[in-house]
Design a binder for this molecule. Structure first.
Ligand code: ZN
Ligand code: MN
Length: 134
């Protein structure tokens, strides 16, 4: 029973930490962030729970950036920008081109669309500033 409680506490902590950030973190980041409070936490537990959360539709993967999978607790349809320099994953919700893509797919191909996943890649404003200065 105690085992179940502790397991649930860790699971809750992982989900809470993911919901508290807009940085679309990696499993490693969540592990490092929670480790001081949860000494018995392992990276494997973080991975297992993220997989479970994704299956349950509680979190989504934003894809692999620089070799590390990035996670998002915001499962609503929204567009992401990925910076190739600093690897920031940024929400750009006002860009709704995905809705047009959905309409085009169903109108032009007759397919039923469930959802879309649009990610734009480039350099963020901060990294562009650094490029100018250097
Ligand atoms: Zn950047
Ligand atoms: Mn997001």
């Amino acid at each position: 029973m105690e085992r179940t409680t502790r397991y649930s506490k860790k699971r809750e902590a992982i989900l809470t930490a993911l919901r508290a950030t807009k940085s679309h973190p990696t499993a490693e980041w969540l592990y490092q962030t929670l480790k001081p409070e949860h000494q018995d936490l392992s990276l494997g537990t973080v991975y297992r729970n993220l997989t479970l959360f994704r299956e349950q539709g509680l979190v989504r993967s934003v894809g692999v950036v620089d070799g590390h999978e990035r996670f998002d607790a915001d499962t609503s349809d929204h567009t992401h920008f990925v910076c190739a320099s600093c690897h920031a994953v940024i929400d750009i919700p006002s860009v709704t081109a995905g809705k047009q893509v959905e309409a085009q797919v169903s109108e032009q191909y007759g397919f039923r669309v469930n959802h879309h996943d649009l990610t734009v890649y480039g350099a963020c404003a901060e990294c562009m500033q650094k490029e100018i200065k250097s």
